[in-house]
Structure formats: structure tokens, C-alpha cells
Design a protein. Structure first.
Lengths: 224, 80
């Protein structure tokens, strides 16, 4: 399984993401710069990491979503390649119209950086097979704009389709997200966006490895 | 040259925590009876054209593609 990590000015979680993909997949991902118009051949998983692309100017992820590399990512996604966006990566996927809804300023108006509990609400996706439905994971969050919003019709549709893959477990919603939504997948099931950072909980040095299953699923290296 | 102003505001029904905080701050400054404060963005632009219809069409396109996130925001366009 070949993976790629997208790099844009202001993203700062790319090295964590590269480390997670390398350690779990056994092979370093290729890196793709924002001006590139093609994703290298043979890539089966494209990851957009977190950070503050373009200083969060205009709206988080808004400018990054209009960069040339996003057209290349869109066409790969249409061809069935898996795409994962974490934190700012999630914001970018929403701004690019690749996922439904929007992320707004946290209800508290404060930046939140802490550990939350994450419930796996759909364990039948290519990103969550290593988990069980209803499993509660520990996971760090660090964001200012993670307050998920969708209009009533869209919210009902994504709930009905099982597109809400992760929810903040009861009492740990850090940002006011509608229905405690923490991660959303597209209808086809190959584009996932999530606010929490699974790449920051993959080994003993992190204090736990609950995030490993996501990469093991996406990279197709789930231990037997 | 045409000067334009684009105003972007949150749609009705979209919670606006920043507007709420501003409303609270106005109350604490002694401005009584202020309700439903909503905040938004204003963009002033200059377009190198004299054709108003073309300018409006282009501004609409700019709003749809970048200036507003139409999932949560509305926009209005005013030409000077």
C-alpha cells in the first residue's frame, strides 16, 4: 500500500503524519507539494494533515482547498483512491466540497487542546475496520474551528447513511459540534475527515496507541 | 474601474458563537436591549472593467468559489 502526505504552507502536522504512516505501514509515504498537479502513480491513500494552512485566512482551509493539488486529489478520489483529512485536513476537504457540512468556530470561542473520548460509530469503513462499532478510543484534539455544522436535511442524510464515523463520546464534545460529530465520510466511503488526531496516539511514547487502528485499516495492515 | 463591496453573513439558523459573545460584551458595556447580534465579513474590491453586468457576474462567481462558504454563509454584492 503506497501513501502520500500533502504539504502546504502553514500545515504543521505533516511530520507526525509521515511518522505514523511509516511506523504503521512499514514504508515512508511520498510527499506532495501544493502546486503539484498530479499525485504519483500507485498511491492508494492520500493524507492531508493538520495545521494552519495559509494562516487560516478567510476561513480555515478555504485557500488551501483552491490550490492546484486539490484538483489532483479530487480526481484521485473520484477514481476510488482513499483520502484522509485530519483537523485542518478535514477543514480543507469540506471547503473543497469533498465532504458534506462545514466547520465553524468552537462554541466556547477558545482553542481546545486536550484528550477526548471518541466513539467509533461506523466500523465498516476502509478507515475503521480495525475497530469495533461502539468502541471508545482515547484521542487528542487541538483546534479552534472544529464545530461541525450541517443543515437539517444534510445532517439527517449523513446520519441515515452511516456517514458519521466518529462521535465525541458523551460529555466530551469539545467544540459544540452538531450531534457530537467528530468525523464524516463521503457517500462512496473513500474520503474521511476528522478533527481529532489519531496520528498522535500510536505508540507507548504517546501514552497509548488507540489511533493505530485507523492507519492499520487505511493501509490494510491489520494484524491477524 | 468599478468599486464593489461584498458582504458575507451567516445564514439564518446557523449558530454564531462570536455574535453571541459580542452581544454579551455590548450588554456588559451598558447597551441595554441589544439582541440577535450576528457578525460577518466585508470585502472591498476594485475591478478593472466598466461593464457593470460583467462585474456583477464575476463577483457572484467569486462569492460562490471563494469569498463565501455557501453551506453556512449568504452574500450580497453592491456596486459603487
Amino acid at each position: 500500500m503506497k501513501s502520500a502526505v500533502v504539504q502546504l504552507p502553514g500545515l504543521n502536522r505533516d511530520r507526525d503524519m509521515i511518522a505514523a504512516l511509516t511506523k504503521i505501514g512499514g514504508k515512508a509515504p511520498v510527499t506532495v507539494w501544493q502546486t503539484e498537479t498530479e499525485i504519483p502513480a500507485g498511491v492508494d491513500l492520500i493524507v492531508i494533515p493538520g495545521g494552519f494552512s495559509y494562516g487560516d485566512y478567510l476561513r480555515c482551509g478555504a485557500i488551501a482547498a483552491r490550490m492546484p493539488v486539490m484538483q489532483a486529489i479530487k480526481s484521485k478520489a473520484e477514481a476510488g483512491v482513499k483520502v484522509l483529512g485530519v483537523c485542518n485536513g478535514f477543514q480543507i476537504l469540506l471547503e473543497a466540497g469533498m465532504l458534506p457540512g462545514a466547520l465553524m468556530r468552537n462554541a466556547s470561542l477558545k482553542f481546545v487542546c486536550k484528550e477526548i473520548r471518541l466513539e467509533v460509530t461506523n466500523a465498516e469503513t476502509d478507515f475503521t475496520r480495525a475497530y469495533e462499532k461502539g468502541q471508545i478510543l482515547r484521542c487528542p484534539v487541538a483546534h479552534h474551528d472544529g464545530n461541525f455544522f450541517a443543515d437539517a436535511e444534510t445532517a439527517e442524510r449523513i446520519e441515515g447513511n452511516g456517514q458519521v464515523v466518529f462521535r465525541y463520546a458523551e460529555g466530551t464534545n469539545p467544540n459544540g459540534s452538531l450531534n457530537d460529530v467528530a468525523g464524516v465520510i463521503n457517500e462512496r466511503g473513500n474520503v474521511l475527515g476528522m478533527m481529532p488526531h489519531p496520528e498522535n496516539l500510536i505508540e507507548a511514547a504517546h501514552g497509548g496507541s488507540d489511533g493505530r487502528g485507523l492507519f492499520a485499516s487505511a493501509l490494510d495492515v491489520i494484524a491477524a | 474601474m468599478i468599486k464593489a463591496r461584498v458582504t458575507v453573513t451567516l445564514k439564518n439558523g446557523v449558530l454564531d458563537p462570536q455574535g453571541k459573545a459580542i452581544e454579551g460584551a455590548l450588554g456588559s458595556l451598558g447597551f441595554d436591549g441589544v439582541g440577535h447580534v450576528r457578525q460577518g465579513k466585508v470585502f472591498d474590491l476594485e475591478l478593472q472593467t466598466a461593464d457593470k453586468a460583467k462585474a456583477e457576474a464575476e463577483l457572484k462567481d467569486m462569492c460562490e468559489k471563494l469569498l463565501a462558504n455557501t453551506v453556512i454563509e449568504n452574500y450580497t454584492i453592491a456596486l459603487a
